[in-house]
Structures are given as C-alpha cells and as structure tokens.
Design a protein around this ligand. Structure first.
Ligand SMILES: *Cc1c(COP(=O)(O)O)cnc(C)c1O
Length: 341
C-alpha cells in the first residue's frame, strides 16, 4: 500500500482530513449499521441539540505502526466504555462497544495510507464522537443523534517533545458544574478555554485545577491527569470522582507496578504536598507523559527537583516502557493491543 506523501516527523498535533470517516445515525430508538463516507462536512439541523445545548461527548485514542508493519490500537475497548459513561450522563444513546470497534477497524483500514510509519514519532489519532443532531428549542435531549469516528495523523502534542513545562494553579474550576468532571465532553473543554488562553498569555503552558469545593486537593489540568514521583521512588496519583479517568494513567499504574516493580498509590493529593515530589508529569493519550518543571501558585513558584531541562529519570523509564508496549516493542498485558491489520 502506497503511503501518503507527508513529512511524518514534522507533523504537529493538528487536524488534517483523511479519506474516510464512519457515520451512524440514531433515530426512532435505535442506531443504524453505520457506514464509511468521504464527506468531511457534517450536515445537521440549525437547531441541533449539539449546537443549542452542547449535547455531545467524545473520545481520543492512537493507532500505531509496529516494527513488523502491523497496525494496532491501544486499549480501544476502554475508550468505547468511557464514551458510554459520558453519553449516559448527557442523555445521549450509548454506542455499543461492537459498533465503536467496528468503526475503528473500518476507518483505519480505509485510511491505511495515512497511518504514520514505525519510528516516525507520529501516530494516527482517532477521534470518535457522538452528538445530538435532531432539532430542539425547548431544553430537552435531541430526538436524533450521530456517531462519527474520524482519523488524522499527528505528531507530538507539545512542540519541542518532552521538555518540561511551566504550569500554574488556576483560580477557575476545570469542569462545568453539576458533577460532570469525570466525563469527556466538549462542555468541560469550552469552560476551560478562557482559563487556558489567559494562562498562555501569562506564560504558562497549562493550568493545574484544584478541587472546586475546598481548593485544597490536586485535580488535573484541562486535558491530562497528574502523576507524581516521591523522593523514594513511589508513584502517586490523585484519586477524585471529578477528574477524567485517564486510560493512560490507569495503564501507567499497572506498568509501574508490574513492569518496573514500583510502589503505587491512588489517593487524594493535597496541594501542600506538591513541593515534596521529585518528579511531576502530565499524562494522557495526546502527550503520553510530559514533565512539569515548575508550578506557580499564590505563594510563589515551586521548582520541581527534576528541573527545567529534561524529563526526570523515573518518568522517562515509565514513558519508555509504556510507549514500548504501545508500539509492540515490549510484550503487552493481555488485551491491551488490538491488531487492526
Ligand atoms: C482525555 C482526557 C484525559 C486523558 O485521558 P486518556 O484516556 O489518558 O487520554 C485527561 N483529562 C481530561 C479532562 C481528558 O479529557
């Protein structure tokens, strides 16, 4: 198969329409079979639930080429389940795991020429999403829905690779109110745009959000969970019902325990403890792990001991192990890698 003429190693994290996408429709209480289409434009009612009342949720996962030329997805069943959880909270009809995985397989196979080659540092980013497409004007769930799964080749999320970033503690809450912090939905991202633009203007790459009720405990950033390494080499990650349950984080916990023999703790992390950690990282599908070098709060700047020049040794080891598993250079735990072709 002829690959597209793209300079894979210079790709950033941006959208590029590929040849095919999967679309399914929900009407009269059920989903149709869905199909691949070529049109990258969505045609829906001007009064669609997604446009009027933000009734939509999404997922994000990556597809890689392995050394032997196979094309694989990392734990897509977890994304399928999480999208069902998000949908339920938004009164959006659930997409079955079967349809989700079938859409993934079909879109990746149809766009195989767009999957970046092994060793390029790039991957095929998959964005599944579901939205109210039918008209509503009184506040109510939409009468019709669409599920779409699109693919776009991407490079690293943060330009400059794995350089440590400066972040700051935000005065804002990350998520919309009503306890929706654990769902992956545009409404939460819409609410995070003002704080992130402000943070960027003031020289920070990300916001650290604290718990909305007491502003005492670490939650997460706009789109990534925190992982902390203690001075004695333990992995600590915040436990909270109002953060997005990151699949990367759940994978890192298992990798740290089973591959690296580390002790791990998932528990509330008071912000007052942050200055004690040796290394701090952000984790998520887009960036995998990116290191944090400094955190500014109202009392001043906390300099993370691992510094501003490079990722600390423990996070580096975890990152190498996890990306090794994702790329099939290392043996994966049962069920973590879905071979698509
Ligand atoms: C997607 C997302 C993450 C990262 O989750 P992964 O499953 O690891 O990609 C973290 N926080 C928020 C708010 C997210 O939307």
């Amino acid at each position: 198969m002829e690959k597209k003429d793209i300079n894979w190693s210079s790709l950033g994290f941006g959208y590029m329409p590929t040849d095919y996408r999967f679309v399914a429709h929900w009407k009269d209480g059920k989903w149709d079979e869905g199909e691949l289409i070529t049109d990258p434009t969505v045609h829906i009612s001007e009064c669609a639930g997604v446009l009027q009342y933000a009734q939509t949720c999404f997922e994000g996962l990556k597809v890689y080429t392995t050394k032997d030329g196979s094309i694989v997805a990392f734990r897509p069943d977890m994304n399928a389940k999480r999208m069902q959880d998000s949908a339920r909270r938004l009164i959006i009809p659930e997409v079955s795991e079967e349809m989700f995985l079938r859409a993934l397989d079909e879109v990746v196979k149809a766009n195989a020429a767009w999957v970046p080659p092994y060793g390029s540092g790039a991957s095929l980013y998959i964005r599944p999403f579901v939205y109210g497409s039918g008209p509503v004007i009184g506040v109510a769930p939409a009468p019709e829905y669409e599920f779409r799964l699109i693919a776009t080749p991407v490079g690293p999320y943060f330009k400059g690779g794995v350089k440590p970033i400066r972040i700051r503690v935000s005065d804002y809450d990350r998520a919309a109110p009503h306890g929706t912090g654990h769902i992956k939905a545009g409404l939460n991202y819409a609410m995070s745009l003002y704080p992130i633009v402000e943070a960027h203007n003031e020289g920070y790459s990300e916001n650290m959000y604290l718990d909305a009720a007491t502003r005492t405990y670490v939650e997460e950033t706009g789109g990534a969970n925190f992982i902390f390494i203690t001075k004695d080499g333990k992995l600590v990650t915040p436990k909270s019902d109002s953060i997005l349950p990151s699949i990367t984080r759940r994978s890192i916990l298992q990798v740290a325990k089973d591959y690296l023999g580390m002790e791990t703790e998932e528990r509330p992390v008071p912000f007052s403890e942050v200055k004690e950690f040796a290394e701090i990282g952000l984790c998520g599908t887009a960036a995998v792990i990116s290191p944090v070098g400094s955190i500014t709060c109202k009392d001043g700047e906390i300099l993370v001991p691992s510094g501003m020049d490079e990722m600390g040794p423990v996070l580096t080891k975890i990152r190498e192990t996890l990306t090794g598993i994702q790329m099939c250079d290392l043996p994966a735990p049962e069920g973590w890698v879905r071979k698509i072709m």
